[in-house]
Write a protein that binds this ligand. Structure first.
Ligand code: F6P
Length: 380
């Protein structure tokens, strides 16, 4: 029987849903029945710490970054968040220190016939460059930001939404008791999916997203309008990438990572300060930060992880490389890597955001033109 060795690695920010994908990928690769049908015996090798695991120059160091995976190793993985293989934001194509040759040499030395890469735009971007250099890669989309094109879902998003929803539920009791305003800053980088859909899930009064610059004066007017109508407290969700018109984005540190990104954050505090000064109402800021990436995967991330993991192995078996598994219009499908990377998928303000209320739209009409799952079919 033919033998084939498949590597898996996880890169970029961790999130819930990665471990379920790895579990089902390994179980599919090593499944005895499927093995007989396809006439190939697969072996799966986990690579630790993302691209860093393939950038070691000493054989002993490379060895230390390997984790052979079998059905027993991954048996319980779908219950856990994070990534059992570890991750890093390492870029082998960092212009300041290009290490791609080392990666290519290690792939060859390890005898990897295929490499399955679980990541967001940066990690899949590296996978695409390696594919152009002849590596047989398949991608699985994951990021709590849900900002990848060509796929309606990226692993980790729904679990992060659950965190936002549950944490805001907790805040509501204390906010109501003290008649306070809580500004809750969410992650999401340049896109507002987490803030918008998190805010829609928990019924936030105001949601501010990077796709639409806001005015603090208008936020204050909306808050005061709510108070005049009898509101005791307010929940305001602000995406880390959102900003007032005329301002630049707020950053946690000036230094950019090896993919050129600066860590966003800080708008929550600035906004809370502006609201307290402008309305004279007591305002607090809560940063959900990395809590959004933590915890056990929700049922949806376990299922999507399973489907994406199985689909990735299907592509390997069919030798259909240079692709990313996707979820599109309710179906698991695939798409060339180059169509997914490079440009982000933004919230469409016209059809999904109410610029008057600074919130999700109060009509679902018009949303059907979007590639977003709708709760019910709408007839015009
Ligand atoms: O891309 C996922 C993400 O969680 C972003 O929403 C956030 O801006 C960033 O990663 C935080 O990165 P780090 O874990 O490196 O602080």
């Amino acid at each position: 029987m033919k033998k084939s060795r498949v590597g898996i690695l996880t890169g970029g920010g961790d999130c819930a849903g990665i471990n379920p994908a790895m579990k089902w990928l390994v179980k599919t690769a090593l499944d005895e029945r499927v093995k007989r049908e396809r006439g190939t015996q697969y072996e799966v090798l986990g690579i630790r710490d993302g691209w860093q695991g393939l950038m070691q120059t000493e054989p002993k160091a490379t060895e230390e970054h390997l984790m052979p995976l079998n059905q027993e190793t991954v048996r319980t993985w779908d219950r856990y968040g994070g990534t059992m293989l570890g991750t890093s934001r390492t870029n082998p194509y960092d212009p300041k220190n290009v290490q791609s040759k080392v990666v290519l040499t290690n792939i060859e030395t390890l005898g990897l016939d295929a490499l399955i890469v679980i990541g967001g735009d940066d990690t899949l971007g590296v996978a695409h460059k390696l594919a152009r250099e002849g590596v047989n890669v398949v991608g699985i989309p994951k990021t709590i930001d849900k900002d990848l094109r060509e796929t309606d879902y990226t692993l980790g998003f729904e679990t992060a939404l659950d965190v936002i929803t549950q944490e805001v539920d907790r805040l509501r009791t204390t906010a109501g008791s003290h008649k306070r305003i809580f500004v809750v800053e969410t992650m999401g980088r340049e896109t507002g999916w987490l803030a918008l859909e998190g805010g829609e899930s928990n019924g936030a009064y105001i949601i501010l997203i990077p796709e639409h610059d806001f005015s603090i004066e208008k936020v204050n007017e909306l808050v005061l309008e709510g108070r005049r109508a009898g509101t005791r407290y307010d929940i305001i969700i602000v995406a880390e990438g959102a900003k007032p018109a005329g301002s630049t984005q707020f950053t946690r540190e000036q230094r950019a990572d090896s993919f050129g990104h600066k860590a966003l954050g800080g708008i929550g505090e600035v906004l809370a300060d502006g609201i307290q000064k402008g309305t004279k109402l007591e305002t607090r800021c809560v940063l959900l930060s990395h809590l959004q990436r933590g915890g056990a995967p929700c049922a949806y991330d376990r299922r999507m992880g399973r489907y994406f993991g199985i689909a990735a192995m299907d592509l390997v078996m069919m030798k259909d490389f240079g692709k990313v598994v996707c979820y599109k219009n309710g179906r698991i499908t695939e798409c060339p890597l180059e169509k997914v990377i490079g440009k982000l998928k933004y919230v469409d303000v016209k059809t999904m955001y109410d610029v008057e209320r600074y919130n999700g739209r109060r009509t679902i009409l018009g949303r059907e033109e979007q590639d977003v799952p709708r709760p019910w079919p709408i007839k015009r």
